[in-house]
Design a binder for this molecule. Structure first.
Ligand code: SF4
Length: 362
């Protein structure tokens, strides 16, 4: 696994998951179930943890929702973060219920005494606080046209919240500075990193639907990750949150920062292709996404599916295994050697059974 020159940040423990200080980048998502339905929350969190989500966040809009935290936590395995606005009492309740991290901005949860009470309890319970500044909720930022000026406003707002916590000797801080445009976000993170070494949670907020959001997030997060910034990430999508986790892994894997188990290599197809490669790759990826034990693989499995003999054998040979297409069939390579010919109709099951064998160590 390759790591870029990562921005050196402070190590923070989020319910057993260490973020910052060069730790692997943690994948986050957020549930979107009905606030009153704690069983639906558990179900969705379990789906997310199955998909590889490492830290999950839920909104706690009121005290009643916060009172469900303990029963939700009992049934999940990953750290739970509470997203809180305006009311410090919700934060106190969440801490009492055993929450693993708070996402709140100390400047907007009430007066000084209220903030002091939350910080005191968070400190006693060893719970970190993420300060999340969002350009959309910052009047001073969204009236500015210039990206650098907007970024400065975001950082200024974040620093105000940071200083409130630091003045109370609270240092278990994580920071996010999200805007819906890439330039502002990137500049804000860079500027903040020049001021403090708290771990950074990256995201391009309100990025859009699965298609648009993935592209925008990949562009924005890709720039920052390549520059070494980021200790946790969320790919925000207007979609089922499981998609966010899948996208985050694909993004981190493409930068060799994390493994999602399998790295698929497939060609775009062209007029030389004489098999239905688009359908085959779609089916293999769909079925592979359901495999639960991919994390048992100590390094990502490289699987090539190529349309013809022009680039096919080359890619298939360097993969753990791969198929290079011919007319209605293809040649199967494993560990660089030709194994046999496989008919087009058998490609999907052949690849899936080879993945299965690899997981079982055969
Ligand atoms: S591998 Fe063959 S089919 Fe695929 S894009 Fe290249 S030339 Fe075309």
């Amino acid at each position: 696994m390759k790591y870029f020159n990562r921005n050196q940040t402070k190590k923070i423990n989020v319910g057993g998951v260490i973020i910052g200080g060069g730790s692997p980048i943690a994948v986050q998502s957020m549930i979107n179930t009905d606030k009153a339905d704690w069983k639906a929350a558990v179900k969705q969190i379990r789906e997310l943890q199955e998909a590889g989500c490492e830290i999950v966040r839920m909104s706690l809009p009121d005290l009643e929702t916060a009172q469900n935290v303990a029963r939700i936590k009992k049934q999940i395995k990953i750290p739970l973060v509470a997203d809180i606005h305006f009311d410090y009492r919700i934060a106190l309740e969440a801490i009492k219920q055993g929450i693993d991290k708070l996402r709140l901005n100390p400047g907007n949860i009430g007066g000084k005494e209220n903030v002091q009470a939350v910080v005191r309890e968070a400190k006693n319970a060893h719970i970190p606080i993420r300060i999340g500044v969002n350009a959309g909720s910052l009047k001073s930022a969204h009236t500015l046209k210039n990206n650098f000026a907007r970024a400065k406003e975001l950082v200024k707002a974040a620093m105000e919240h940071v200083k409130i916590l630091e003045d109370l000797s609270f240092k278990d801080i994580v920071v996010s500075l999200k805007a819906s445009d890439i330039a502002t976000t990137v500049e804000a993170y860079k500027l903040f990193a020049s001021k403090r070494n708290y771990p950074l949670h990256l995201g391009i907020t309100e990025a859009g639907s699965t298609f648009n959001g993935n592209i925008k997030s990949a562009a924005g997060l890709g720039i920052m990750l390549y520059d070494g910034f980021g200790d946790t990430i969320r790919v925000s999508l207007t979609a089922n949150p499981v998609e966010e986790v899948r996208s985050a892994y694909a993004l981190l894997q493409s930068l060799e920062l994390k493994s999602s188990g399998i790295e698929f290599i497939s060609c775009p197809t062209c007029s030389r292709c004489q098999i239905d490669l688009i359908k085959i790759v779609g089916q293999v990826e769909k079925e592979a996404a359901k495999i639960k034990d991919l994390k048992k693989l100590d390094k990502p499995l490289k699987v090539a599916m190529m349309g013809c003999i022009v680039n096919g054998p080359g890619e298939a040979k360097t993969a753990d295994f791969g198929l290079a297409g011919g007319k209605g069939e293809g040649v199967l390579f494993k560990d660089g050697k030709i194994l046999k010919k496989v008919k087009e109709k058998d490609w999907v099951k052949t690849i899936l059974s080879l993945i299965d064998m690899k997981i079982k160590g055969r």
